[in-house]
Design a protein around this ligand. Sequence first.
Ligand SMILES: Cc1cc2nc3c(=O)[nH]c(=O)nc-3n(C[C@H](O)[C@H](O)[C@H](O)COP(=O)(O)OP(=O)(O)OC[C@H]3O[C@@H](n4cnc5c(N)ncnc54)[C@H](O)[C@@H]3O)c2cc1C
Length: 510
Amino acid sequence: MIVEPDAPLPERVETLVIGAGTIGLPLAVKLAETTGKPVLCLDSGGWSQAGDTHPLNAVEQRGDRYDGADLGRFRGLGGTSTRWGGALIPFQPADMTGWPVSSEELAPFIGEVEQLFGLDPGTYHGSDPMLDGPDMVPRLAKWPPFAKRNVWKLLEGEVRRSDTCSVALENVVTNLASEADAIRVEIARPNAWHVIHASKVIIAAGAIETTRLALLLDRAMDGAVSRMSPLLGRTFGDHLSVEVGRIVPRDRVALNRLFGFRFARSGMMRNLRFELAPETPLRETVRPGFVHVGYATDGDTGFDHLRAAMQAVQRGTMPSGGAVAGLLRDLPWLARAVKWRFADKRQLFPDGADLVVHCVIEQGHERDSRITLSDTLSDAHGTPLPAIDWTVTPADVEQLHALADIFERHWDRGELAGLGTFERFPRAGVEQALVHSGGIYHPTGSTRMAASAADGVVDADLRLFAEPRVQLVGTSVLPSGGGANPTMTALLLAMRLAAQHGRASRRQGR
Ligand SMILES: Cc1cc2nc3c(=O)[nH]c(=O)nc-3n(C[C@H](O)[C@H](O)[C@H](O)COP(=O)(O)OP(=O)(O)OC[C@H]3O[C@@H](n4cnc5c(N)ncnc54)[C@H](O)[C@@H]3O)c2cc1C
């Protein structure tokens, strides 16, 4: 059920989830289902976020500008899933080396995540031997159609029907404290303050805010969390993505067939990327990353307007007049695109668009790359802003060139070279772009999971080492950024967490 902003809230609950976003909402629904007990899920936003930024997402930027802070997160039902791309792909086992959780432990939950987003089952590995090489392997992400990317739209019916899962809007958690018999949670409501005592708290408020809430708990516990887990807030990183070159086509149609989005009968889309091969010795020196071929447009093609219209569908709004008019201006392209969509099951590249090669690298998770609580700035509720000290390092630049070199060799050694020539952009321009790239909204590492408190903030079951009644879930617990988009892996951890609660509940006879 939905708890409107002015409706009364309980003062004591057993399980409280903070955040009804991409991860928190599916988690709350599954927790209620597996435990059979009431779950209260609080969200700081309302039915949806209208604009592209939100005042509560302000941060103090201390290093290079980190774009994900204000441009990469959204509040309200569905959270950032109201805007995200939706590429879902689990990390390769080799990308999880040193993690306290293995890919085998997460694999049983892949089906559940796929089912949530209406994705077809099946492998994420590419099957075309022409694309394989000793150092790179083809993989295909799964993308739900736009109408199935927003988790609120997917779960609305279940939430409304449920009498155990309650989702309360416009409740901003402003502080947490550890008390003998419960976790005290302070909440700013539209016209009032409220306190809930919860036996268990699961924070799923997005990477930056989850870290901020853990830091607030640390402050309330006189530094007990950070004394036990010195990496709290540290080793913060993102993926960095830049264009490193272009493909000069020999066979544009074949390139479009290979790299254009592929449509399944269900409406699911897939796209090809190249990741480091699991066994390549290059893994000793090159961090995981991925490379994909896309297209550069001037932002005013029929394709751009079609995408804008579909993104409005994802947000649950009407396409703008500009998007519809832009689409009508490019009717000849649209007619061919419809044929490609239904006959060839491919997305047609925009006419004349350059085919560009994007390299996506993982940052090094340096100790000094970190989120802290600002000493000077606070939000409208008086809570200190997160202060983000984040930089693109010379090592990141080296990693970028290394991955681009590997892709160039991969392209040139095989049949890919027959489709077109990979032309690298000048190094200086690429480096300049990387330094100012701002991240790609894949924040990881700031509440990393580890086998011991010395190496991380949460254990393999996502419990804070210093306060096991609090669990954290989201991309901030990923110890490394991996060679793929991170949300699938974070969702798998969330589904595993809910299953663990279900089992515990059954053991206690509910
Ligand atoms: C444009 C864009 C494209 C992306 N594309 C992809 C992609 O293709 N693939 C991929 O894997 N990832 C992608 N991402 C990243 C992905 O969207 C995030 O990893 C994911 O949405 C994070 O989910 P979350 O539940 O942790 O956070 P969110 O979905 O942001 O949800 C957090 C929720 O917590 C609530 N909240 C925050 N603070 C509080 C508080 N103090 N009290 C109460 N509630 C609070 C917020 O209101 C929000 O609803 C993209 C991101 C962006 C911005």
